[in-house]
Design a protein around this ligand. Sequence first.
Ligand code: PTJ
Length: 248
Amino acid sequence: MLIPKTHPRAASLYIRERLVGGYKSGLVVEEGLLAHGRGEMFDYLIGEKTSKASHGAIKAAAQMFLLAKHPVISVNGNFAALCPKEIVLLSKITGAEIEVNLFYASAKRKKTIAQVLKKNGAANVLGLDAKFSQTIPRLDSARRVVDERGMFIADVVLVPLEDGDRTIALKKFGKKVITFDLNPMSRTAQTADITIVDNVTRGMGLLIKSCKKMKKKNLKKGLKFDNKKNLNQSIVTIKNNLGRMSNA
Ligand code: PTJ
């Protein structure tokens, strides 16, 4: 599909095309297209731009990543289709492991996702070899199966683009959780330590930039971060945008 650059919604239409491409090449499941629709709706409500609150959350997330001993980036189908280069860059800058973790798990799709990440420069992708499988307690979905070299021993996990109970289970298991979620009211957004309410396609680049900048400073400890306040600010942004529309 040819989208003119001047189209008022060109950015979001390009993102949609990336998802459709990811679906056709076997990275994304049908349900992932629905998940994208949920995201698009919230992106519209936050004004399709990174808010001041989200810039603050990105800074806190960069600090958490750089101070972590064993950070892990959890990758699902949608994240792999939207941000393959950025996942690899973030892993290189922070030393984080990359681990494929799927809700609709299949060995074939895990392999396809790993291939795309490797094509984009990943040296190692975890989560594919059953001989390293371990289980996150108190979690029923296929997401409970993790790699003993990755998420199982991680202290910080990036869990983007999912609305579910994995974050609570990971936290009960002693992990700190950072997420990207356009919906500040999702279960993952509400239970993470740091929620970046932004589109991964905008936020990942900003997170990488922030990590690069912060790496130059000799960081000893991170800033205190109040995620409830951060989420409330995003909800206020949505309310204000709706208010403006209804007054127009
Ligand atoms: O690849 P799999 O098998 O692991 O399946 C992954 C999906 C995405 C299908 C699965 O995790 C899922 O069903 O997700 P949900 O429960 O629909 O949640 C997706 C969340 O991500 C929602 O809260 C959306 O608002 C949000 N979201 C969608 N697109 C984006 C996003 N957040 C940030 N950036 C996006 N581009």
